[in-house]
Design a protein around this ligand. Structure first.
Ligand code: ASP
Length: 329
């Protein structure tokens, strides 16, 4: 896709046009359309997950395979990063070894920002700290389209994210993405798990009953304990009673809603097992759709016609070596 970014750090790197094309392409790929990759050789991807992952890592692996490519798993802990090499030099090495795209997950938020002006290699963010998880939000939007009858039908739909919104990179990406398409987004959960500042246009719902009454769908989150400074034992002890979803809560309102979850889900905490065994549980569909959306994202980045990749350290040396051209040095 011409103009598609070479570093996809977050949703704000994309415009509405890019997103609409990704949705359309994901749907085509799901219907069996062949990959469009004008590479001389097969697609080569390095995946580097510096934080735990099951779904994202394997979904990317499937997407790469379905595009006719292959991936190498780059193990940072056994690499030259451990010998003091900078991440930029490591990425340049991968680029000149013939890697087309690198997919990086890291505990550190905003790690990719520094590469945007001069990408050493094309990079997709597979989740950085609590900052962004753009591919998850995009596959979620694709799944909402599937369930609600297309992007236009999403206008005015009310989706509430329930749980640890403050520490969730998925939430931050959804906040940037869903309002672009007229979705009315709300956040619900304990005060301690709400963002310190809530973006304009995003509603705060203070209890789960109101969330059920007012929403068209719920998006549940795992408690992101790995990013907490304190144990929050008081909240966690009776989390399911106050914030967890089960059929009793729906019966009270004579209403059931589709339930989305980025995974991994903690049974008996944010969701009761009975919900996961029922047709309102949409997480399996999210996982299925993830492969097609990630295929579309990789394809769009490969075809973005950015020819300035990998030249991060090319500085003009003419002023140092007077009278000689750069090529003589
Ligand atoms: N899998 C998602 C992420 O990597 C959600 C989670 O871990 O709770 O952010």
């Amino acid at each position: 896709m011409v103009g598609f970014p070479s570093i996809l750090e977050g949703i704000k790197d994309l415009d509405k046009g890019h997103i609409l094309q990704l949705l359309e392409r994901a749907e085509d790929l799901k219907s069996g359309s062949p990959a469009r990759l004008p590479l001389q050789k097969s697609l080569a991807v390095a995946t580097s997950f510096l934080e735990h992952s099951t779904r994202t890592k394997h979904s990317f692996a499937m997407a790469i395979k379905r595009l006719g490519g292959f991936h190498i798993d780059f193990q940072a802990e056994n690499s030259s990063l451990k010998k003091g090499e900078s991440l930029e030099q490591t990425l340049l090495t991968l680029k000149y070894q013939g890697i087309d795209i690198c997919i990086i997950r890291t505990q550190q938020s905003h790690l990719l920002e520094e590469f945007k002006g001069h990408p050493p290699i094309k990079i997709i963010n597979g989740g950085d700290g609590s900052n962004q998880h753009p591919t998850q939000a995009l596959l979620d939007l694709y799944t909402f389209c599937d369930d609600f009858g297309g992007i236009k039908k999403l206008e005015g739909k009310k989706i509430t994210i329930v749980g640890d919104c403050r520490h969730s990179r998925v939430t931050h990406s959804l906040i940037d993405l869903l309002p672009m398409f007229g979705i009315e987004l709300a956040l619900c959960g304990p005060d301690e798990f709400m963002p310190q500042e809530i973006a304009p246009g995003i509603k705060r719902i203070v209890d789960i009953d109101t969330a059920i009454q007012e929403s068209d769908a719920l998006y549940l989150l795992r408690i992101q304990s790995e990013r907490h400074n304190s144990t929050h034992a008081d909240i966690l002890n009776d989390y399911h009673t106050h914030w967890g979803i089960n059929f009793d809560k729906f019966r009270k309102h004579k209403k059931a809603l589709p339930i989305y979850h980025p995974g991994p889900a903690n049974i008996g905490v944010e969701v009761h097992e009975e919900i996961m065994d029922s047709e309102i549980w949409k997480a399996h569909k999210q996982v299925e759709n993830s492969v097609y959306m990630r295929m579309a994202i990789i394809e769009a980045m490969i075809n973005n016609e950015d020819h300035h990749i990998g030249h991060a350290n090319k500085k003009v040396t003419g002023d140092i070596c007077e009278g000689k051209s750069q090529h003589d040095i």
